[in-house]
Design a protein around this ligand. Structure first.
Ligand code: GRF
Length: 219
């Protein structure tokens, strides 16, 4: 099986990276991690990648004169490792227009809200403050505008009355760790494709047509 070669960009804890690595270790998973790039030498994710014996490179942004120089080094490692798809997993650097354009349609991100709602930072705080009853996570293509590229897939997660940021983010994390490998499989198997600004799925039947929050009682 010809596997899709991905590069994972991280800055921190690396739990999404870990879920992807674990999926890629399944024999029939059509994706392989060609390289992990981390911009912080002390990030927890660096040790996880090493423990998982994955090819990891630290590209510390502080060692570069400017953003283009930092990105040129990342680009070099991505190309050198034959990366076909760049996957952001908690990567906390803003990209230049040149880098975004170079990898357009080949660079994706996971965001812990149901985009286009709650773009940016501190989304769980804002979700709780807004009182919404359903949130979730989104995997989308990266475009020039932050958290605004074509949506590939989403998971809906209920918000409960006694939630705080820790409980809510924990529930969303569980969904993130399922969704990201699922999306990678769909991209590798070409079961979804970009149609202008919209991602279409060749087979997008759903098991549950609706999620009620709070739970629906039948009458
Ligand atoms: C995740 O919530 C992800 O959605 C967001 O940053 C967080 C990264 O967490 N973009 P981790 O490093 O994968 O644990």
């Amino acid at each position: 099986m010809q596997k899709l070669k991905i590069g994972i960009l991280i800055s921190g804890r690396g739990s999404n990276m870990h879920s992807i690595i674990r999926a890629c270790k399944q024999p029939n998973f059509p994706v392989e991690v060609a390289v992990v790039i981390c911009n912080r030498p002390d990030a927890k994710g660096v040790q996880i990648a090493k423990d998982e014996a994955v090819n990891i490179v630290v590209v510390d942004h502080k060692n570069f004169a400017d953003r283009p120089a930092f990105e040129a080094e990342m680009h070099h490692h991505l190309i050198e490792n034959g990366v076909e798809l760049v996957c952001h997993a908690g990567f906390m650097r803003i990209l230049t227009e040149a880098f975004v354009t170079t990898w357009l349609g080949k660079q994706i991100n996971i965001h812990p809200s149901l985009l286009p709602s709650f773009k940016g930072m501190h989304m769980h705080e804002r979700v709780l403050k807004a009182g919404v009853k359903i949130t979730g996570c989104t995997v989308h293509y990266i475009t020039l505008e932050l958290d605004s590229g074509p949506i590939i897939a989403q998971t809906a997660v209920p918000v409960l009355s006694d939630d705080d940021v820790a409980s809510l983010s924990g529930r969303v994390f569980e969904a993130e760790h399922q969704l990201y490998p699922h999306v990678l499989r769909m991209i590798a198997e070409k079961s979804c494709y970009l149609d202008g600004d919209i991602v279409r799925h060749k087979n997008d039947l759903v098991a549950e047509p609706s999620l009620y929050s709070p739970t629906l009682h039948t009458y």
